[in-house]
Design a binder for this molecule. Structure first.
Ligand code: NAD
Length: 315
């Protein structure tokens, strides 16, 4: 199978690429966006290169339609896994127009040219944020109703709608995957767990926004397995939650961290605009239809991430 992974120099994309490269022909497209240090993205690419397996890397911005078209004309992909996006809720409040460009317009370019090129299967990386602020229970796929609370989430919800429109226009198989707070080695530096661990390693206090909040933290290897299962076993046009299936309250996360960093100091801040109180995935659909089973619980995931961070930051 010949696969295009967009955003393959990013956190999730580079882990996915390392997994897929062993079994499939792979092209990665990424513009090394400066949302966080492009040197980290180069390091992600180097980690893929270290496997010593051939792949094609194209550095380009998918907002540029003619570049996007050329990629599809020069290759014959069976599947496209579209991960490229500008992530992050707070930045989307500062720069909403960029999210319309990168998280909607670039998606339309991919959908149109994948359709024109007769790609069989398009997988789109969506987010738990499309559920808005519906605290109180596990979220099932039918519960997204457009009532989101950040420009990032609005862009993802809008992009999902474009996915459906282009699926109907071109007839490719569409799989929408909604990821829940992904963490692990090479984690995105704007996200809580990677940010906390780095600060704790250097003995710095960590800032807590929303002590009462909870997140369904999902370890990167589980997400990558879920994406591959969706690639192989998703039938028809479906949307799946990929999470661990358990909300972890901030206080619980902090107590796990305190065990590992007894000197930990925290600074309490107000809840940030655009943040939801809780995310909690119901993963029954992905379990039943894809055979997806997350294996790495929060304690194991933190241990693995800390041991990676000790090597990465302290060397
Ligand atoms: N990490 C999470 O917890 C999480 C949760 C829900 C959804 N997601 C989604 O999963 C996907 C991957 O997220 P991530 O955490 O790996 O983020 P990331 O920022 O590490 O990776 C995204 C990559 O896309 C690239 N990119 C952005 N715009 C581009 C463009 N126009 N053209 C080419 N490349 C472009 C960036 O340079 C980056 O390398 C995103 O769509 C994100 O919204 C992530």
């Amino acid at each position: 199978m010949n696969i295009l992974v967009t955003g393959g120099a990013g956190f999730i994309g580079s882990h996915l690429a390392r997994k897929l490269l062993k079994d499939y022909q792979l092209t990665i497209v990424d513009n090394l966006h400066a949302y966080y240090d492009p040197l980290q993205k180069q390091a992600h690419l180097n980690a893929i290169r270290k496997l010593g397996l051939p792949f094609q890397f194209i550095e380009t911005d998918l907002i540029n339609e003619s570049s996007c078209q050329k990629i599809f004309e020069a290759n014959s992909f069976d599947a496209v896994i579209h991960l490229a996006a500008l992530p992050g809720v707070p930045y989307s409040i500062q720069q909403p127009h960029q999210y319309i460009d990168l998280d909607i317009k670039a998606v339309v370019n991919i959908l149109k040219h994948a359709g024109e090129a007769n790609v069989k299967h398009v997988l789109f990386a969506s987010s738990s944020s499309v559920y808005g602020d519906q605290a109180g229970g596990a979220l099932t796929e039918g519960m997204a109703n457009g009532q989101v609370v950040s420009p990032y989430a609005a862009a993802k919800y809008g992009a999902e709608s474009f996915c459906h429109a282009y699926q109907s226009l071109y007839g490719f198989q569409l799989t929408i995957l909604r990821f829940f707070t992904v963490y692990g080695p090479w984690g995105r530096p704007d996200m809580a767990i990677p940010k906390f661990i780095k600060k704790l390693l250097y003995g710095e206090p960590i800032e807590i926004y929303g002590i009462q909040s909870a997140r369904d933290y999902t370890y990167i290897d589980d997400i990558v397995n879920g994406i591959e299962k969706a690639l192989l076993y998703s039938k028809g046009n479906e949307t799946y939650n990929l999470g661990f299936g358990e909300p972890i309250y901030m206080e619980t996360l902090l107590s796990h961290l305190k065990k590992r960093f007894p000197e930990m100091k925290t600074i309490q801040r107000q809840t940030r605009q655009g943040d939801v109180k809780m995310t909690w995935s119901n993963i029954e659909k992905a379990k039943n239809q894809l055979g997806y089973t997350p294996h790495v619980n929060i304690e194991e995931g933190l241990d693995r991430t800390i041991s990676w961070a000790k090597q990465y930051f302290k060397n």
